[in-house]
Design a protein around this ligand. Structure first.
Ligand SMILES: *Cc1c(COP(=O)(O)O)cnc(C)c1O
Length: 376
């Protein structure tokens, strides 16, 4: 096995050899199997804890009745709904099997051997994966220091200083996962203005709906000002559709045309298209989800503060908290039936990321953590 493993590894392209598989949050069924537990809560993958919205679920069910047919490869209805939502032309939209799919399209189109992508330390794990898989070099800018007003956040100036003639893509997650940190309007605008024309700026807004009361921009409003801007959004987080896989990007139609040349012809399935269209229209579900999340996030922050733990600023639906021996704490939480996300792979070995759940889930997490830390 090991011999075959290394033999095949030699056959693989260079970028793939340097990669590790993405480590998702532990599925509940896996914990059930491994630990024999039945009462489990999952706060590991930044999903919407409320379950899907009723109208989205009904739309997916209805679409399932015609699953013997291929989906609409051009996503006509969903693109028009998204276009109206953002006030852009449908030609600006690229649909994806999750926004992850669109991030991979960016790499496929603009990266490759001899090219470079720039992103921050502690940034979303998919950026290095798509960069290296495309055979390009990753340039990682040190994050802001612990003393900064936005500890561990993107240092846009450090990122700018890594840009050279070979750079083709820069990834900005706003807010970022797993830190929860964000960049403010003026800073991001100055950054975009400073970019050379040969660099595509990807602003990943997977969590932007949660960012109330911050000075975080809506980058989709800058699409006409910056033709090299690609903004990605997802239905996986606030819209509660992680399992269906639905995301999209907004960018200049000339760039979208390039994505369209390489994407799989049917890269968003018919249930996902139908549910996403319904979810976009369900503004009550979105508003209630934001209110629940942000109220609970501040409650949880207070509890973690009271335990004397270091918590990063977050404009998203999770908190990143320093627990010391994160592997041991994680193990303790798993034994208590609570799945969170260790983030050692993100260069944060002493931290865990916990998704904001329903009130009773958050209470259970705090109680389990108290027990483990001996703070009862
Ligand atoms: C969850 C997440 C996404 C969305 O992934 P999907 O493929 O749309 O499910 C994108 N970017 C970041 C930073 C995320 O955390």
């Amino acid at each position: 096995m090991t011999e075959l493993r290394s033999a095949f590894e030699q056959l693989a392209v260079e970028g793939v050899r340097s990669l590790q598989p993405y480590e998702p949050g532990k599925p509940m069924e896996e914990l059930q199997r491994e630990y024999g537990l039945t009462d489990i809560i999952k706060l590991a993958s930044n999903e919407n804890p409320r379950g899907p919205g009723e109208s989205a679920l009904a739309a997916a069910r209805e679409a399932a009745a015609t699953m013997h047919r291929y989906p609409d490869g051009n996503g006509f209805r969903l693109k028009h709904a998204i276009a109206t939502h953002h006030g852009v032309a449908p030609e600006a939209i690229t649909l994806g099997n999750g926004s992850n799919d669109v991030l991979a399209l960016v790499a496929q189109v603009f990266l490759g051997p001899g090219r470079e992508a720039v992103f921050s330390e502690h940034a979303f794990a998919v950026y290095p994966i798509v960069t290296l898989a495309a055979g390009a070099q990753a340039r990682v800018a040190p994050a802001l220091g612990p003393e900064s007003g936005m500890p561990r956040g993107h240092d846009l100036e450090a990122m700018l200083s890594l840009i050279n003639d070979d750079t083709r893509v820069v990834f900005v997650a706003n807010p970022n996962n797993p830190t929860g940190t964000w960049v403010e309007r003026e800073a991001l605008k100055t950054f975009l203005q400073s970019l050379p024309e040969h660099v595509i700026a990807v602003v990943d807004e997977a969590y932007c709906e949660y960012a109330e009361d911050t000075r975080m921009p809506d980058a989709t409003q800058w699409l006409s000002a910056f033709p090299n801007l690609v903004v990605t959004r997802t239905f996986s987080k606030i819209h509660g559709l992680s399992g269906l896989r639905a995301g999209y990007s907004l960018c200049h139609p000339a760039v979208a045309d390039l994505f369209n040349r390489v994407r799989q012809p049917f890269n968003m399935n018919s249930c996902a298209q139908a549910a996403a269209e319904a979810a976009l229209a369900d503004t009550d579900y979105v508003r209630e989800s934001v209110t629940l999340n942000n109220t609970q996030r501040e409650w949880l922050r207070g509890e973690l503060d009271a335990l004397g733990l270091d918590v990063l600023p977050s404009a998203a639906n999770f908190l990143c908290v320093r627990v010391g021996d994160a592997a041991a704490v994680n193990e303790g939480l798993l034994r208590a039936g609570v799945i969170v996300r260790p983030v050692a792979g993100y260069g944060l070995p002493e931290w865990i990321r916990v998704t904001i759940g329903l009130p009773q889930e958050n209470q259970r997490f705090v109680q389990a953590l108290r027990n483990i830390l001996g703070k009862d």
